[in-house]
Every structure is written in structure tokens, then in C-alpha cells.
Design a protein around this ligand. Sequence first.
Ligand code: HEM
Length: 450
Amino acid sequence: MPSTASLRYTLHSRYPGEHLVRSRGNLLRSIEMIAESDPDLGAMRNVAGRTILLAAHPELAREVLTAFPRSLKKGLGLQRTRNVLGNGLLTSEGEFHLRQRRLAQPAFHRERIARYADVMVERTESVAATWHDGQTLDIARAMHQLTLDIVGRTLFNVELEGQAAALGRALTAVLDTFSIWLLLIGDRLYDWPLPKMRRAKRAIPVLDAAIYEIIAQHRQQGEDQGDLLSMLMSARDTEGDGSGMTDQQLRDEVMTLVLAGHETTANALAWTFWYLAQHPEVDARLAEEVRSVCPDRPPAMADLPLLPYTRAVFSESMRLRPPAYATSREVLTPIELGGHTIPVGAQIAVSPWVTHRDPRWWHEPLRFDPDRWLAPRSEPLHKHAYFPFGGGTRLCIGEQFAWTEGILLIASLARHWRFHLTVPADSIRPQPAVTLRPSPGVPVRLERRR
Ligand code: HEM
């Protein structure tokens, strides 16, 4: 654990933004450099002169995520996403957040997820049935469209398939801007006439129109369709004035769930296929496991416990390419962390990207090695060193949804297809926007398994 002397804000950054300059604007590298300054609790000053801490030790990361719900609020990065997500589950705070979380929770219960699992597999099989041997495609884009379609059908009972491409483009335009916001730290940047900002501004009405359309359709149909949106619409504030949610509130929750519910899983899957293409021995073992469990039928929810290697591959992919590579909190009232008093206004980040590749908790951390997840090995060497879904009261509400979707989609596709990269693997880079996207995509050639 860090000693008092190890926290030297000023020594670690000789001038505001030094890390960004030295990492040449590479945000991931910049986060790594904070950890290099102190592997437990590093510190730097960003461009605006703000103190940014990185709680990289698993114990400290856990504390930040779980121990101070009243003293911390979401950090600057997520506060900025309010421009698009409004006051939905990801960004809201306090009592309002707890109420919204309670309302949404039943949509993520086990028996619901079991129902969604059928939709996940059915949609995947139907997309893969349109593919042919030797075809080339961008598997990252295919996964975005597929997971968007799945989230629409499972949570909102709508078919986004036809709009998936247009919505995907609009979402990309919006998401592209977040990395600039994070890097240069300035809300006013949103008003600058940068091409990226103009694209994002044009995209928001496209997203809004699609979401208000979903809400209007539900209102017209009038009856409870048993999905998440129906639940949110029929909710009444029993402790307040008994009113329901306004269209604006519904819009914010739907936008949040559409975005959080597909972008992350799509990227995790795209990276998984990127790894499988580079590790034919892992790919063959995974395909063998899937064939032995479901030789002549698609996989189903009940198969999940029988697919430990597939789960290990997905876990390993999210270890090295965690879609939510970092999140942060802002200090509202001073807290004690690792023997230090952290002042009001400081931003404390936790980063799966950093902690998931720390050699103290992982053997040969940069190696893609799904076996580390299986007996007799027992990694990580610290029980809190793996947190792709966060933790505490802000733990990802979709965690079980994502594990189910990830494993079933991998199994369903790996039954029939092998993926070969058509460009050098290292030309595809992790692009840290809101999530860790493979940039510029993952172009593959399909080979039908015999
Ligand atoms: C591989 C897939 C996913 C990853 C890695 C992931 C990761 C995360 C993380 C790290 C957080 C916490 C952020 C923080 O503490 O600041 C989060 C929150 C959240 N996620 Fe996910 N997520 C995934 C999939 C999903 C899915 C499938 C859904 C919905 C269907 C979803 C909906 C949400 C929501 C609504 C929140 C905010 C929860 C709250 O604060 O109450 N996520 N996610």
C-alpha cells in the first residue's frame, strides 16, 4: 500500500498536462504513465491544472468504487457524457439514481436474461446465415449492428435492425467527440466549430428522433409489453407526487441503455475475434468445446456452465482490452485513501486497463492466455484485480446480460466460422473514446468450419 511519501502530486507533473504531452496525446499511455509514477496511487495534473489520481492497487480501486458513495460523484469524463446521455442511469446521482436503478433492476433479473438469451442466439444465427465462405467484412461493425439490434428487441421490444447502420453512424459521430473532451478537458470545446463537433451535433437529433419514436410507439400501443420501457413508463414516484417519468427522463434512460447496452459488448466481441484470429490453437480449442456441447444445434442459456473455455476466452479478452478502460469519481467531501486525505475537487480514476496488466497480479500480463482463468491456475493473484464491470452501487447493471450475450455470441459464431484478419493485427489499435474501440475496425475474411 502507498506510504504518505509516495503521493507527490507536484513531482509527478512538473507542469499541467505533462503526461499528455509526454505520451503524445495517447490517452492510454498517459494513464499508464500515472501508474508508473506510483503503481498504487499515482497522481498528475491535467491540462486544466486539476489533480487526477489513479487508484491502481486493487484494494484502493475497490475502495473508490464501493466505500464512499456519498463523498464521491461521477468524474469529469462521465459528467461530460450528459451532453448526450442526459440524466440517465450512468450519469445520475444520489436518491434519483437509486430510484431509477430500482425501477430498471427487474429487467435484468435472471429469468429475464434467460428469455433474452433466446433472442441473442436467434439474431446471431440469422445474421451469420447471410454470410458466405471467403466473404470479407468488418466484424467490429457487424457486432455493433447485432448488439444494437439485440438491445432494441430485448429491452424495448423494437426492431432497430433496419436503422442499425444509420444509428450506428450517429452513435459513432457522438462517441468520437468524447476523447477530445477527455483530452483537452473543456466543456466549451463543444461550441467550437471543429468538424468532429459539427458531426456530433448533427447526430444527436438523429438519435433523439429514433428514441422518441420508440417511446411514442409504446405510448400508442398503450398496453404493458413486459419490457424495460413499459416498466419505466408505468413507474410512479410513490415517495414524491406520484407522477410518472417525463418523456425527457424516459429519453435519457433509453439513450443510456441503448448506448451502454451495445457499444461495450460489441467492442469486447470485436476484440475477442481479433485475438482468436491471432491464436489458432485457442480458436481450435474453443470451437471444439462448442461442438462437443452443441454439435447440431445453436447454443442456449443452459449451456453456459458447460462452456468454461469460451468464458475464459471472453474474460481474457476483456482483461487486455477492457471496454470500459477507466472510470473516475470526483471528490465531494474529503476522503481518506491509502493513508492520504484526498481534497474536494480531485478526480480519482480507476483503470481496468492498468490494473488488468499489472505483473503483481498476473503472470506474463501482456500474454493472451485464457488458461490463466482455469484450474489449476488461479489468477488473478489479488481477488479484486479484475473489474471490467466496475463495482459498488454503480456496478454495471448489465453485467449478467453482457456475460450471457458475449459467451453465447462467441459460441454461436465459432460453431460455423473462423475469422482471418485481412490486415496486420497491430495495425488495429485500441482507440480510447467512451469505450475502447478497435480502430479503424476489424476487417476479416470468413472461413466456414468443416
Ligand atoms: C462487456 C460489456 C460491458 C462492460 C465492460 C460494461 C462496463 C460497465 C462499467 C465499468 C460500468 C460502471 C461505470 C462507472 O462506475 O462509472 C457500467 C455501468 C453501466 N452499464 Fe455496463 N458494461 C457492459 C455492458 C452493459 C450492458 C449490456 C448494459 C445494458 C443492457 C449496460 C448498462 C449499464 C448501465 C445502465 C450502467 C450504469 C449503472 C449505474 O450506475 O447504476 N452495460 N458498465
